[in-house]
Design a protein around this ligand. Structure first.
Ligand code: UD1
Ligand code: UDP
Length: 364
């Protein structure tokens, strides 16, 4: 059996690392990188550190408007599908690369397996919400990380091909955290940054809501970070870098340490060592939860509602006051961690078993 997998953005490389490893003994995987992320520290570093197979194709699409970026991906992926004639298309998450992979395959009647199906923010202005809804509605397998995702799909009338696999990001945290802890070179990150475990906060920012309105939101966020008792380390996404640098230059913040994006192993060490995470990332909210680090989500809604239980994750409006209030005064309840809503850390194996067993395929 032959599977074409489409990846393109940082979190997809991390998810693919564990699923590709599980696929390797059972089928031929043709990995397609759309080129949506292309900087060394947004792409190559993950392939090297996480031992992801070298992509068979890189479309080199790069950055652009949504239409241009998704359109160029569609054209490139369709050509590959004509040539490779796969049995299955595998896509992850909710980026433009996800939608392009799912749509190109679906139009050619190639069944689509969507990993991380059923997530909803119920905010249709988010490009990710549009990508997820469209991808889910044309998928044959909908691998849900949580029961909430299954329920969300049922509300839209999607029940066929739906299963709870658990979250592949839990698989990757469980595996790569050990790898990171056993790597003395990577563990130097604390010393290199002049921080010690539990003595700093970790932040990331890259959502359109945070970055697209100019400097305003960043200044409100940084005004809050400036007043926190611990230093705030920010591996800055390239999308946000210019705004963040400008804000630091004009406002003279002293409690904010901007650093380049880091590889996944260093990121796991930085996350597990932080006394708190502040983020608008989807993946990082969950990683904080997996590693029992309290999180403030800098958004008005989250797809990962399970993390809100017991105050382990709290939503903050993008005002200085609300961010400070949530960051300083939220005390998570340890008793609220008994449920394991993200599965048992074997999601990849379940996904691979379902896709590779042709006799068990859902009816098309
Ligand atoms: C994309 C996904 C988002 C995901 C995020 C993960 C969509 C619509 N968005 O957002 O869901 O959470 O990836 O990080 O697919 N850039 C670089 N170098 C790079 C990559 C990006 O400089 O290697 C800069 C460019 O200026 C680009 C901007 O970042 O215009 C945004 O990149 P893009 O891939 O369009 O969206 P992300 O914000 O990364
Ligand atoms: N991440 C990383 N290096 C960084 C910042 C993030 O390896 O400098 C990882 C993070 O640990 C998580 C994933 O990237 O696994 C999240 O990606 P991102 O926030 O870009 O996207 P989202 O999850 O919001 O789609």
């Amino acid at each position: 059996m032959k599977i074409v997998t489409v990846v393109g953005a940082r979190p997809q490389f991390i998810k693919a690392s564990v699923v590709s490893a599980a696929l390797a003994p059972l089928c031929t995987e043709v990995l397609v990188h759309t080129g949506q992320h292309y900087d060394q520290n947004m792409s190559q570093v993950f392939f090297e550190e996480l031992k992801i197979p070298h992509p068979a194709y890189n479309l080199g699409v790069g950055s652009g408007t949504h239409g241009r970026q998704t359109g160029e991906m569609l054209i490139g992926i369709e050509e590959i599908l004509f040539k490779e004639k796969p049995d299955v298309m595998l896509v992850y998450g909710d980026t433009n690369s996800t939608l392009a992979g799912a749509l190109a395959a679906s139009k050619l009647h190639i069944p689509v397996a969507h990993v991380e199906a059923g997530l909803r923010s119920y905010n249709m202005r988010m490009p990710e919400e549009q990508n997820r809804i469209l991808s889910d509605h044309i998928s044959t397998w909908l691998f849900c990380p949580t029961q909430t995702a299954v329920t969300n799909l049922a509300k839209e009338g999607i029940t066929k091909g739906v299963s709870i696999s658990g979250d592949v990001m839990l698989d990757s945290v469980l595996h790569f955290r050990k790898v990171a802890l056993n790597n003395p070179e990577k563990r130097k990150i604390y010393e290199q940054l002049g921080i010690s475990p539990k003595n700093y906060r970790l932040a990331t920012l890259h959502r359109a809501e945070t970055t697209d309105g100019g400097e305003d939101a960043i200044v409100r966020i940084f005004d809050a970070f400036e007043q926190l008792p611990q230093r705030v380390v920010i591996p800055i996404h390239p999308r946000t870098r210019a705004l963040a640098e400008e804000a630091i230059k004009t406002r003279g913040y002293r409690n904010i340490q901007l650093i380049d994006p880091v590889g996944y192993l260093e990121m796991l060490l930085l996350t597990s060592g932080a006394c708190q995470v502040l983020t608008d990332s989807g993946g990082l909210q969950k990683e904080a939860w997996f590693m029992e680090v309290p999180c403030v989500t800098l958004r008005s809604e989250t797809e990962w509602v399970e993390t809100l239980e017991g105050g382990w994750n709290v939503l903050a409006k993008l005002t200085t006051e609300d961010i400070l209030e949530k960051a300083l005064h939220t005390v998570p309840n340890p008793a609220a961690r008994e449920a394991q809503p993200f599965g048992d850390g074997h999601a990849s194996e379940k996904i691979v078993r379902a896709v590779c067993n042709k006799k068990e395929w859902p009816n098309q």
